[in-house]
Design a protein around this ligand. Structure first.
Ligand code: DGL
Length: 282
């Protein structure tokens, strides 16, 4: 129980970049009186190919910042961060922390062919937490686990030549169609940003599943007794990158989201982690 939560305090949401905005968009639609603070860790994206210890340290740092900013609950709007850090965050911080997991269960329930694919970052795919999830729900189905290195950077790099993008996606997904996959889980919060292109290249032959609605329901349950009734809620976005490039994405992908502030926030890694980061990227 979290009896001491202040109802008007904001809800903190974070991701390695713009992916979590697909979750934030849903949260702001469902929780219309709540205030939100979003941190996009664009200085250190992508998470999905980094060392687990680094992702963990970063998640602790960002959560700490959101707690200092007075948040009453935290949404880890990143599958990779959830897989690497949710247990540690819950044991270190006393406020409610909601994570995001690939929507494996609904996809398997929906699948007629019982051939389901999960697209996610390499770190998510290789994580014990994700393996357990697949094992729990996927034992009677053929579940293809598809690591997608490079997709997050592609999405973060902004609107690309759509012909080249479609060709890339088509080539990536054709083996899944050839394997009779009829349901695809978008197991990274960045991927729903490509939803239109994905639907187009698969020619409506598959259904796509993401986790935004599930996260929103879970958040509602957790803060039920601590809801804000504010009539003038605020949504503040921060990027850890100096070249704060959140605004063009908000305008392009979620123009329905009314944002009150977009700024950069300086959140450097401790020196020891910088060294590890350089080593892990060498
Ligand atoms: N949106 C993050 C996720 O859901 C992307 C991780 C990354 O930066 O690679 O996994």
């Amino acid at each position: 129980m979290h009896k001491e939560l202040n109802p008007t305090a904001p809800i903190g949401v974070f991701d390695s970049g713009i992916g979590g905005l697909t979750i934030l968009n849903e949260l702001t639609r469902q929780l219309i009186h709540e205030n939100f603070i979003y941190i996009a860790d664009q200085a250190y994206m992508p998470y999905g190919t980094k060392a687990p210890e680094l992702i963990l340290q970063r998640c602790i740092q960002i959560t700490d910042r959101l707690v200092q900013q007075g948040c009453k609950a935290i949404v880890v709007a990143c599958n990779t961060a959830t897989a690497m850090a949710i247990d540690t965050l819950r044991s270190r911080f006393s406020l409610p922390i909601i994570g995001v997991e690939p929507a494996v269960k609904p996809a398997l329930l929906h699948s007629q062919s019982k051939h389901v694919a999960v697209l996610a970052t390499p770190v998510t795919i290789n994580s014990p937490r994700f393996r357990q999830l697949v094992y729990r729900y996927g034992s009677d189905a053929n579940t293809l686990l598809v690591p997608c290195p490079g997709w997050v950077e592609l999405i973060e790099s902004g609107p690309s030549n759509s012909e080249a993008l479609r060709a890339f996606l088509s080539e990536s997904l054709q083996p899944l169609l050839d394997s009779h996959v009829d349901s695809i889980v978008l197991g990274c919060t960045h991927y729903p940003i490509l939803k239109n292109e994905l639907v187009e290249v698969t020619q409506n032959r598959v259904s796509f599943f993401d986790s935004a609605a599930g996260v929103s329901r879970q958040l509602l349950r957790v803060i039920e007794a601590h809801r804000s009734m504010s009539e003038n809620r605020t949504v503040h976005l921060f990027s850890t990158s100096k070249q704060n490039y959140l605004a063009p994405f908000v305008n392009r992908y979620i123009s329905s989201l009314k944002v009150d502030l977009i700024e950069s926030v300086h959140l450097p890694l401790p020196e020891v982690n910088k060294l590890e980061l350089e080593t892990s990227q060498a």
